[in-house]
Design a protein around this ligand. Structure first.
Ligand code: RP5
Length: 167
């Protein structure tokens, strides 16, 4: 199957943070691949998966990992595709993951997102924005997503006013 983007999770325990973004990809009918593979526990498999993603046509790779989060950097070393790294919450609240991913030594870049679910969701949106540079259909899907998001904020505001009126 030809895919637009690929996602690698360092562990299945990272999945809950990615779930909201995966639902969005499914709702948008975007072809993607997702695998669990660790930079430490399955290093050879991780490298093989990067090649598989490239062969499948992925234009961006998202890598989410927690703790000593080497996964995005290890992937970036193996490919010229843009790698979006997401730090996952850990026993140190994800600050360790954030520092690990954001502080790539010069030469092999990794774009770094916020810790946890918002970071995962934004990484998926950002990946779609990168792909949309050459894809009008995806550009339109992002436009619609933003429109729906705006409408939901307006609805929340109206509901809050109703609540305040009842105080
Ligand atoms: C990282 O270690 C994973 O990305 C995960 O966030 C963290 C803990 O993994 P598990 O011990 O839950 O498998 O490699």
């Amino acid at each position: 199957m030809n895919i637009e983007l690929a996602i690698l999770l360092g562990s299945d325990s990272d999945f809950p943070y990615m779930e909201k973004g995966l639902k969005l990809l499914k709702n948008m009918n975007i072809n993607f691949d997702i695998e669990v593979s660790s930079a430490h526990r399955t290093p050879d498999r991780t490298i093989d998966l990067v090649k598989k993603f490239e062969d499948s046509g992925a234009k961006v790779i998202i890598a989410a990992a927690g703790g000593a989060a080497h996964l995005p950097g290890v992937i970036a070393a193996q490919t010229q595709l843009p790698v979006l790294g997401v730090p996952i919450t850990s026993s140190l609240s994800g600050i360790d993951s954030l520092y690990s991913i954001v502080q790539m030594p010069g030469g092999i870049p990794v774009a770094t997102f916020g810790i946890g679910q918002s970071g995962c969701f934004n990484a998926i949106l950002f990946a779609l924005q990168i792909i949309s540079v050459n894809n009008e259909e995806i550009k339109e899907k992002i436009k619609n997503f933003r429109k729906e998001q705006q409408e939901s904020v307006l609805q929340k505001s109206a509901k809050l006013k109703e609540k305040i009126d009842k105080l």
